[in-house]
Design a protein around this ligand. Sequence first.
Ligand code: SR1
Ligand code: MG
Length: 426
Amino acid sequence: MSLDVPPGYRALKETDVATYLAGIPAVAATLGGQPAEWKVREVGDGNLNLVFVVEGPRGGVVLKQALPYLRLVGESWPLPLRRAFFEYHALTAQAKVAPQHVPKLFHFDEALALTVMAYLNPHIILRKGLIRGTVYPRLADHMATFMAETLFATSDLGQPAAEKKKHTALFCDNIELCRITEDLVFTDPWRVAEANRWTSPQLDLAAAAVRTDGPWKRAAQELKLKFLGEAQAMIHGDLHSGSIMVTESETYAIDPEFAFYGPMGFDVGALIANFYLAYFSQSGHETRPGGRDDYRDWILKTIGSVWTLFDERFRALWNNAHAGDVFAPALFGSNQEPLALKAAQDAYMRRLFVDSLGFAGAKMTRRILGLAHVEDLESIVDPDLRASCEKRALKLARTLMVEAAGFPGIAAVNDAARAVQREAVK
Ligand code: SR1
Ligand code: MG
């Protein structure tokens, strides 16, 4: 198949990068020295793009370029280059309210579909840290802040309707990346799809059972309806632990190329899902039974703190930084009906909580039965051990999707996860 690329586009090679960057003064200054001294290496290990790390005598940058196809699959799966445009606009919007949690942007080239940003060093991808069993004491605080700030600011509470409509329009053409999510997260795991894969034969029965499970399929479609129809805020759209870079003291959300105006719970749910996947995969990484018990506890504590702090910060923004056309202070001013406002906030946050659990369940299911899996589980070499971790994760995933409304709070969800972890796997 010949790929349709716009004039002026070419996929860069390692040998092109220094010459290209030399033409961008802010980047040249950040790198220092001469282009001949800059060391370039392609490090992309994600599903979609080329990623070059460039280091000079003074500092480093990352150049991320979209390919006209899905890297994970190859040229048989074309993908619009325009995703770089959405990533650039999402990073720009996020940097306005959470600059400490997104990489600094140096440059965007629409024709080449590339962005140049700060090289985060010595940060590592969170997923790798979770596999190693590393504790990140500030992670929950940082991710709760990132989500509360970015979701609130782009919601109808944080900006006037006219601005929201314009910003929504900027992202509404991100059709193909949304389509990936619509298919891979909400549809394929519940049907026979060529791209699906799972640990076989251990999960064959489980994969077949999912396809005939009416309540589970219905829950997936109710969530898909929300994803398609609820333009609540500009969401990151792919906020898994591979899209977060960390040290013990810093946290950055990267790669928002799936951004669009969608349901906020999709971001919160993606993060929670990846923590639960990490939780259930620990049995595959401990060197003796129980060796990761403390770490499992830390993951659950982190999940609890993410939700609690997010809830707290989102409400604080609502009380102190309201700028939208809904729930106007004129209707709910502090001297007027504080209890009515509190009740409205409780209802709003409750809906968001229930949505987040449902989305978390869908995101967990797709990583076990769908096309794109996660290293947390894939790196467990013994297929029986991996399958037992995956069965536990699937069990919680179903409960989160089908019974989300029955959970009174995040502590109860963690209790359910602990109970599943303790059960013998069938
Ligand atoms: C087909 S691309 C597979 C997945 O990689 C991205 O990170 C998204 O999660 C997407 O669904
Ligand atoms: Mg990504």
